[in-house]
Design a protein around this ligand. Structure first.
Ligand SMILES: *Cc1c(COP(=O)(O)O)cnc(C)c1O
Length: 367
């Protein structure tokens, strides 16, 4: 049996008829950008998350950089972000010329609240919270620090559609919630897509204008904007997926709960789950000190895995200019050496789950 880390085709076939019907409807409508599907999706996604408004954009990265641009954060400003995130979070900050200031993660792979305040300077303008792997960050504590220091809060919810902190959905706590609909995300499109959620109408309007060359009315441009519009085809297909999101998240949860119950190997550390959160299991991330050996062993058994992420942003070549040396973020760097994401996807069969569990339980060090 060959098991891949992800199988997006299974997610498609589960709702094949609905996706195909929607695609044909949109193709036949003759209207492909900024139309009814997008409007309907924005309303439905705002209602789903409990945010006041949603604005569809071209990608998750666009959601991030446009958010910082609209919040007025740029050169000379600092943004606090966790060290162990996908590099796109950081690019959302640096595209605008602002400087990321990295904080170490807690035991749940999210920003460690205890270590935020020591990083705040007079240049700090915002906190970028990443709800990594599907689990909500400590929003109570983070919002309290932000209020006390008068900082804006942007939430990177790219991996956490539907995740909750104390019963409230991510993307509704901060000034802006940024979502990605990259195909492998829990709410995935069939191409690129993204969105922001905001609570204020005036702020939503700014995103609507900015995504469309800075114009509300055609050929009357108020600001230098960009072209970043969630297209009608993706919006329509996302509406189909959104209508099933709770069951999509529930199915992943069932698989992960099995992993938690049945994987039992002293060489493998299972992910910690917070009681106060409803996690949506974007990834099931284990830790292993002999990770490279484990990867090879699983590969030989036909089981594919992925590392999210092998190089922390502060050590990537792209951010060498920040001048942060290796060893500066020991927790983050240790995670980069130890984390491993197990196969996890909708439509994963019982046999596939069995094989992953069994192989992991049989893993031993060779040396
Ligand atoms: C996927 C992802 C992004 C970027 O989204 P794109 O739609 O690929 O641009 C940003 N942040 C995190 C945490 C992500 O997982």
């Amino acid at each position: 049996m060959k098991i891949m880390p992800n199988r997006m085709d299974r997610g498609f076939y589960r709702y094949q008829e609905e996706f195909e019907k929607k695609a044909l409807d949109v193709l036949r409508s003759g209207w492909y950008i900024l139309g009814r599907e997008l409007e309907a999706f924005e309303e439905e996604f705002a209602a789903y998350t409990g945010a006041g408004y949603c604005v569809g954009l071209g990608s998750g990265l666009d959601a991030l950089w446009i958010a910082f641009r609209i919040l007025g954060i740029g050169p000379g400003d600092e943004v606090i972000v966790q060290g162990n995130t996908y590099i796109a979070s950081v690019m959302g900050v640096t595209i605008n010329g602002a400087t990321p200031v990295f904080v170490e993660p807690d035991a749940y792979f999210n920003m460690d609240c205890e270590r935020i305040e020591e990083k705040i300077t007079e240049r700090t303008k915002a906190i970028l919270v990443v709800h990594l792997y599907g689990q909500a960050s400590e929003m109570g504590c983070i919002m309290e620090i932000a209020r006390r220091h008068n900082l804006q809060v942007v939430e990177d919810c790219a991996q956490a559609h539907g995740a909750m902190y104390e019963g409230r959905q991510v993307g509704t706590f901060g000034d802006v919630g940024c979502f990605s609909f990259y195909p492998s995300k829990n709410l995935g499109a069939f191409g690129d897509g993204g969105a922001v959620t905001v609570n204020e109408k005036a702020l939503a309007e700014k995103f609507r204008v900015f995504r469309n060359y800075g114009s509300e009315k055609r050929y009357y441009n108020q600001v230098v904007g960009t072209n970043s519009r969630l297209d009608e085809l993706q919006a329509g297909l996302l509406r189909v997926r959104l209508s099933h999101l709770d069951e999509i998240n529930e199915e992943k949860k069932q698989i992960c709960e099995r992993y938690l119950r049945e994987i039992d190997n002293p060489l493998i550390r299972l992910p910690a789950i917070k009681e106060s959160c409803t996690t949506v299991w974007h990834q099931f991330v284990i830790r292993c000190q002999c990770r490279e050996e484990l990867i090879r062993y699983l590969e030989e058994a036909g089981i594919g895995t992925i590392i999210h992420y092998p190089i922390p942003p502060h050590l990537s070549q792209a951010y060498r200019y920040l001048g942060i040396r290796e060893g500066a973020l020991p927790v983050t760097e240790c995670l980069a050496r130890e984390v491993l994401s197990l196969p996890l996807y909708n439509g994963m069969t019982r046999e596939e789950q069995d094989a992953v569990i069994e192989k992991l339980n049989m893993f031993k060090r060779r040396v």
